[in-house]
Write a protein that binds this ligand. Structure first.
Ligand SMILES: *Cc1c(COP(=O)(O)O)cnc(C)c1O
Length: 418
């Protein structure tokens, strides 16, 4: 197992160094199935830890407010050019600090406070920043929210079109955080065109699948594409906004000086590295394998009687309603964590339980695919999940510990990338 060396940190702050090492061990020994997480490469991690963190660079390449940008400008330009090539877009802004500020910048670019935005409701699989009530986006804008059909678990596009015609949003978000199915970008684009709205495709979860050709691209359909860089794209924590040339100025002005100050140059550099990795032929295999693993896992879970929202998955993500297993999502997630399987409790569409104690769990295969697990491992994972949930129902902690030991044993052969 890899233990981070951290020579300087160990001398200066041994307490913190010990915590990082403990977290590295935890990450090594557990099956990381949180759908939004991944493991970065050693090269991405190297870039993140560089002296680029020392530099202030408010502005954009060639137009900065601080001196000393001789090497920073080409780094940011490299990240921009690589993203433009990889995704095939006109314009890219690599400065948003993370996915949520990136989305907030989109509001700033196109709306005034009180204007109408349309997005998927959080309990249906949307993101907080798509207009959910507790988010600034739901408080400062007039948000209308759509969901998925109860019978199919998929977006009802006819209902959405009716809602859009009635409410006339200026901005429409598609995409979300708990959507196991392919996003129909052309259909959303047709609805947005119909009502004169700007369409934002938030591909935070699936950016790596899009880059690797395992999910259709929103390019040519969405006006703006928002993404994080740290989920399936396997880069550092950060975000990008991509758009058509027509919206380039509005997006750049909204990010800086509209919302942010200086960009995080060490993150920009690591994004450039991640984009370089995502442009390699092996990344296409990676993206395809993520989906193959998720589909193999879905099949194995269905065979064990798990109730999958929408009946399966097209991407990296699986959403399970545990009602028929007789356990809430929260105790199930805690039991699975004890058994070495890390995922999160999640609301399911039309959930009858409370958001803090919902009926479901959400999981994904991006991280375990990075570690090299294949379809052949998925039946064991489904069995462990089933066993852990049954063990929790009879308060059988011995079984949970036995599963954790079996998972540690399996993972010895699948080291972290760094
Ligand atoms: C993760 C995510 C975000 C927000 O990203 P943060 O980096 O956590 O702020 C936004 N939109 C969607 C769809 C996401 O999945």
């Amino acid at each position: 197992m890899h233990v981070p060396a951290l020579p300087a940190l160990t001398i200066v702050d041994p307490q913190l160094a010990a915590l990082v090492r403990a977290e590295a061990t935890r990450q090594h020994e557990t099956l990381r199935m949180i759908a939004s997480e991944n493991y970065v490469s050693a090269a991405v991690l190297d870039a993140t830890g560089t002296i680029l963190t020392n530099k202030y660079s408010e502005g954009y390449p060639g137009r900065r407010y601080y001196e000393g940008q001789r090497f920073i400008d080409p780094i940011e330009t490299l990240a921009i050019d690589r993203a433009r090539t990889l995704f095939g877009v006109d314009h890219v802004n690599v400065q948003p600090y993370s996915g949520s500020p990136a989305n907030l910048a989109v509001y700033l670019a196109f709306l005034e406070p009180g204007d109408t935005v349309m997005g998927m409701a959080l309990p249906m699989g949307g993101h907080l920043t798509h207009g959910w009530s507790v988010s600034a986006t739901g408080r400062w804008f007039r948000a209308v929210q759509y969901g998925v059909r109860r019978d199919t678990g998929r977006v009802d596009l006819d209902e959405m079109r009716d809602l859009a015609r009635r409410e006339r949003p200026k901005l429409i978000f598609c995409g979300g955080t708990a959507m196991p199915r392919t996003i129909d970008f052309p259909a959303f684009a047709s609805i947005a065109r119909d009502v004169g709205a700007v369409l934002v495709a938030d591909i935070a979860h699936i950016a790596g699948l899009v880059a690797g050709g395992a999910h259709p691209s929103p390019v040519g359909h969405a006006d703006v594409i928002s993404t994080t860089t740290h989920k399936t794209l396997r880069g550092p924590r950060g975000a990008m906004l991509m758009c058509t040339a027509a919206h380039a100025r509005a997006i750049d002005k909204a990010v800086f000086p509209g919302l942010q100050g200086g960009p995080h140059n060490h993150t920009t550099a690591a994004i450039a590295v991640a984009l370089h990795e995502a442009a390699q032929p092996s990344f296409r295999d990676y993206a395809r394998q993520i989906v193959a693993n998720a589909q193999a896992l879905a099949e194995a879970l269905l065979a064990r009687g798990f109730d999958l929202i929408s009946g399966g998955t097209d991407n990296h993500l699986i959403l399970i309603d545990l009602t028929n297993k007789g356990l809430g999502g929260k105790p199930a997630a805690a039991a699975l964590d004890r058994a070495g399987i890390e995922l999160n409790y999640n609301t399911v569409p039309y959930d009858t339980r409370k958001p803090f104690d919902p009926s479901g769990i959400r999981l994904g295969t991006a991280a375990l695919t990075t570690r090299g697990l294949r379809e052949s491992h998925m039946p064991d994972i489904a069995r462990w999940m089933d066993e852990a949930i049954a063990a929790r129902r009879r308060d059988d902690e011995t079984s949970l510990d036995r599963i954790a030991a079996e998972i540690r044993e399996l993972l010895i052969d699948f080291p972290l990338p760094c």
